[in-house]
Ligand binder design. Structure first.
Ligand code: AMP
Length: 729
């Protein structure tokens, strides 16, 4: 359980407690929602056959005054957990009462319909029952398309015995791949137990596997890492090292990708269904159905090419989007992208972005989810909309496509969607003109959006403020945790804010180990021994190692995670930072997170002037003696020198790492430098990575630019327009 989840006021119960209700038997839990509906509810349907469904129903509903509505209002929120204290409901029409078990209710929506006031002899109650039956039928239809309950049950069962599942997963991986050149080399001799594996096979980084991957790319040795030949290669975003890394991609990786997507979707959807329930009782219901919606997805494919050996190569997201499984899963989850394939796979991401926005506006009433892989793409998209919205409105009004779109395939695909629609154009014009500083833009433009979805943790956190600004009241739901190399965990607690988001590890998609970071090095200067998945401790930080079905064995992903709790027996991880992303000169150690916090503190000073930091990065500058940190900011306006000098001092003071502060005090580290870069500089950095083959979907601004990343250093240096040195120490 996540500790922070308990941090509600007063007697509130954490939401998760509801799922563990002792009042609900295992058999009951394992029944399908449909069975339960039939058992508990449809028996009453015959009695209700005379009820007219719509007439007067809503009206009656609106005047009804259930005690729990008052309870919810008193608590000032629409959260079921606040209703746990509510002992009974009564209908003001007939006074019939009920005491539904909220724990059961929380376990699964259809249990709601057990409540006994449905059969009271009161017209209002009968009409309510008829409405609920309709509602259940709708849920049933949804289930046909996506069996969320089966997915949840599967994950619950896997996570209950994560230790055994891990051993079994390792056995399978080694059985399938034990004969490969790589594993043969380490003398496992057919053993598949964790101890032999750890004793024989070394911990490696990408560079150790590069010679093998190179041979796969060249077509010389497609089976040197995996039993089945590798036929596709993924490019990681490579934003940290300046060039993309190549890693194997295969069907198993595709399958685990879909498993992750489905798992978190099932939990998200249950949450949503849950909220629909609350809405029912607060009468907004009718418009709040999960129906045949669309997703405005800012997704882009990178350039694909053939390696020397003829293997298809592209970013991991491209490999996923191009796979037939992806579309099928998205359709099953009722969130197909509103843009045609030609837009997603277009060769120029600027044109694709413009068309994504245009498609979103054309289908504005259908859009139920706004998403991207990483949050950066969402912010980038709406910043672009600020620039091009009038052009978009013109396209919609006239039913023609801007001349900025030059790719013939995209033009043809878009022309099928465009018809002159002055009414829609007027609405969008009016909505945007009515906004104050673009606040609530997404909510206004896409009125049926339920939430905004994407990875918002780690290096994406700096974009949260802007996302919230664009989102207005809409919730931000943080997406899952993985990498081009393989997936790790799903967000099964969608209600947590992005800052608190955790990822429950799926124990069947790989074998995971965790290097404890607290003691970092032991007395002999050796790294601490990695722990197994179920041996990690809450509150501790670890570097994660992956062994999976795609040819990685004890592979350092390079990420640092913190264990926040357990979902059954599988850990829930919070992403902390990239391990190698350190600003360090001597004894100081500052991570990506430390930099982010320092930038946030200093950026507060700009807020008074209504200015913001659009993006930032940093480097260690050793061209001075002693060396110093240089932080690069792109900002939205042109503040006075005094203010920027203050920001610079604040940045310097905000690195509170003891090593840094003591070094600064004795001038063992030079004064921090704040460099302001021209507007558009970070765009150029993005363009540079896209030119290298990266997909915008996977783009992460490098928060610390290494000394060998010449091109990015060059872009920053050429575009720096003002510079300040801290006088804080
Ligand atoms: P890529 O190289 O593009 O495959 O990106 C993989 C990296 O992105 C991971 O190793 C993490 O550093 C980061 N990442 C992926 N998912 C998340 C997440 N949910 N939260 C924070 N960082 C993430």
């Amino acid at each position: 359980m996540i500790e922070d989840n308990k941090a509600n006021d007063g007697g509130d119960q954490p939401m998760d407690a509801a799922y563990q209700s002792p009042n609900i038997s295992i058999e009951e839990k394992s029944k399908s929602a449909t069975t339960r509906q039939k058992e508990k509810l449809y028996v009453e349907e015959e009695d209700l056959s005379d009820v007219e469904e719509e007439d007067g129903f809503l009206q009656a509903f609106q005047v009804a005054n259930f005690e729990y509505i008052n309870e919810a209002e008193r608590a000032g929120k629409r959260d079921f957990s606040c209703l746990a204290n509510c002992v009974s409901f009564s209908c003001i029409k007939c006074g019939c009462e009920t005491s539904p078990d909220f724990c059961s209710l929380a376990w699964d929506l259809p249990i709601l319909f057990q409540v006994h006031w449905l059969v009271q002899d009161c017209d209002f109650c009968r009409k309510l029952a008829a409405f609920l039956i309709e509602f259940v039928k709708m849920l049933e239809k949804m289930e046909e398309r996506f069996d969320a309950e089966a997915v949840i049950n599967e994950f619950e069962s896997l996570s209950r015995d994560a230790g055994t599942v891990q051993r079994e997963t390792l056995r399978k991986i080694l059985d399938e791949n034990g004969g490969t050149e790589y594993l043969q080399r380490w003398g496992l001799n057919g053993r598949t137990d964790p101890d032999s594996f750890k004793n024989c096979v070394p911990i490696v980084s990408h560079c150790d596997l590069e010679p093998y991957i190179q041979r796969i790319e060249d077509g010389n040795s497609p089976c040197c890492l995996t039993g089945k030949p590798i036929t596709t290669i993924s490019l990681s975003s490579g934003t940290t090292q300046g060039k993309p890394k190549f890693v194997p991609f295969n069907d198993e990786l595709m399958e685990s990708t879909m498993q992750i997507y489905k798992t978190s979707f099932a939990y998200r959807n249950r949450q949503l269904a849950f909220e629909i329930c609350v809405e029912i009782f607060t009468v907004v219901v009718m418009e709040y159905r999960i129906g045949n919606g669309k997703a405005l997805q800012f997704i882009y494919s990178s350039k694909q090419f053939k390696t020397k050996g003829g293997l298809a190569a592209g970013t991991a997201t491209t490999n996923v989007y191009r796979n037939a499984q992806f579309k099928k899963t998205m359709r099953a989850m009722q969130t197909p992208c509103c843009s045609p394939d030609e837009v997603i796979f277009g060769p120029d991401f600027h044109q694709s972005l413009y068309c994504h926005l245009l498609c979103g506006l054309i289908f504005r009433d259908d859009v139920q989810v706004v998403s991207s892989t990483f949050a950066h793409s969402i912010v980038h998209a709406f910043r672009t909309l600020e620039q091009v919205w009038e052009e978009l409105v013109t396209d919609i009004r006239e039913g023609t496509l801007s001349s900025r779109i030059t790719v013939p395939l995209i033009r043809t695909a878009m022309s099928k969607l465009l018809v002159p629609n002055p009414e829609l154009a007027d609405t969008i014009y009016r909505k945007i003109s009515g906004l104050s500083n673009w606040y609530g833009l997404i909510q206004e433009l896409f009125p049926n959006t339920k939430y905004i979805y994407g990875i918002m943790t780690g290096s994406m956190e700096p974009y949260l403020k802007k996302m919230r600004h664009y989102a207005g009241e809409l919730p931000l739901l943080s997406a899952d945790y993985g990498a081009s190399e393989g997936w790790i965990g799903a967000n099964v607690n969608p209600k947590l804010t992005p800052e608190m988001a955790t990822f429950a590890v799926l124990p069947n998609i790989g074998y995971f180990e965790f290097i404890p970071l607290r003691e970092d090095l032991n007395h002999q200067g050796q790294e601490a021994k990695p722990l197994g998945l179920t041996d990690v401790k809450i509150g501790e930080e670890y570097e994660i190692l992956i062994t999976n079905f795609a040819g990685l064995y004890r592979y350092r992903l390079g990420d640092v995670v913190n264990v926040k709790g357990f979902h059954n027996s599988t850990p829930e991880l919070q992403f902390i930072c990239r391990r190698n992303l350190l600003l360090t000169i001597n004894i100081d150690k500052n991570t990506e997170k430390d930099l982010q916090l320092a930038v946030e503190a200093a950026a507060e000073l700009l807020a008074g002037e209504k200015l913001e930091v659009l993006d930032f990065t940093s480097r260690v500058d050793l061209s001075t003696d002693p060396g110093h940190y240089a932080v690069f900011w792109e900002i939205s306006g042109d503040p006075q020198d005094e203010l920027l000098q203050e920001c610079c001092n604040c940045l310097d003071r905000s690195f509170v790492d003891a090593g840094y502060m003591s070094s600064r005090k004795v001038s063992a580290i030079g004064a921090l430098e704040l460099r302001i870069v021209r507007k558009g500089t970070f765009h150029k950095i993005l363009d540079h990575y896209v030119g290298l083959g990266a997909a915008v979907s996977q783009f992460k601004t490098p928060r610390c630019v290494g000394p060998t990343n010449d091109t990015v250093l060059q872009i920053l240096s050429v575009n720096a327009v003002r510079s300040y040195f801290s006088t804080a120490f």
